[in-house]
Ligand binder design. Structure first.
Ligand SMILES: [Zn+2]
Length: 207
């Protein structure tokens, strides 16, 4: 049986929480209800390790609340702008993933260490801005372009996808890549990198 969108959001939040990408209060997930201009989004403030469908909030693309007892994430404006701008996107994930957050603090190119870090190389870094502001939402949309991931400086990561599975895979892939980068920096020295020509080829496949 196909899970409904609310079920899928809860499953994905649980998965990302268990993987350490979503922190007790940091992280939000939204997904469009198929064939509609409405979406479900996770609530603000509540502990993210045990959300239930009853805590999700249904809104239209302008942010008008249509259902749910709780308040939506304060980062709703960013989700809405992405859903309004990207016709190819039905799911948006933002988390305070620790390793991706650390890598986003450095203004350095990510070396092609593994196939996952090649995917990270394509993720733009968005300067820190206050959550929920129009300025931040626009900066994220501009940086994302037609890509599928961005690092939010001093804050976390953002991924999008045609569905929740695709967006969650990208989030896990980014955090995995970031962990590789952080460990390499801790070890010091000069790590071996994938040869440039092969890295360029792989980038077209994984980004
Ligand atoms: Zn956040």
């Amino acid at each position: 049986m196909v899970q409904d969108i609310e079920d899928q959001i809860i499953s994905i939040v649980d998965e990302l929480y268990d993987a350490g990408l979503i922190t007790p209060k940091g992280g939000n997930v939204s997904a469009r209800i198929p064939e509609s201009d409405e979406l479900w989004i996770t609530p603000t403030q509540l502990y993210k390790g045990g959300l239930t469908e009853e805590t999700l909030i249904r809104v239209d693309l302008q942010g008008k609340k249509l259902g749910g007892r709780d308040r939506p994430s304060v980062e709703l404006p960013m989700h809405l702008l992405i859903h309004r701008t990207r016709q190819d996107v039905d799911a948006v994930i933002h988390t305070h993933a620790p390793m991706a957050t650390i890598v986003g603090l450095f203004e350095e190119a990510i070396p092609p260490l593994t196939i996952e870090t090649i995917a990270l190389a394509a993720a733009p870094v968005v300067p820190f801005m206050l959550s929920g502001t129009r300025e931040q939402s626009q900066a994220v949309v501009d940086a994302l372009g037609d890509g599928s991931a961005a690092l939010l400086q001093n804050h976390g990561l953002l991924t999008v996808g045609k569905d929740l599975r695709e967006a969650a895979n990208k989030a896990q892939q980014l955090e995995f890549a970031a962990r590789t980068v952080v460990v390499c920096r801790l070890l010091g020295g000069q790590p071996a990198v994938i040869p440039e020509k092969l890295a360029e080829f792989l980038e077209r496949i994984v980004a």
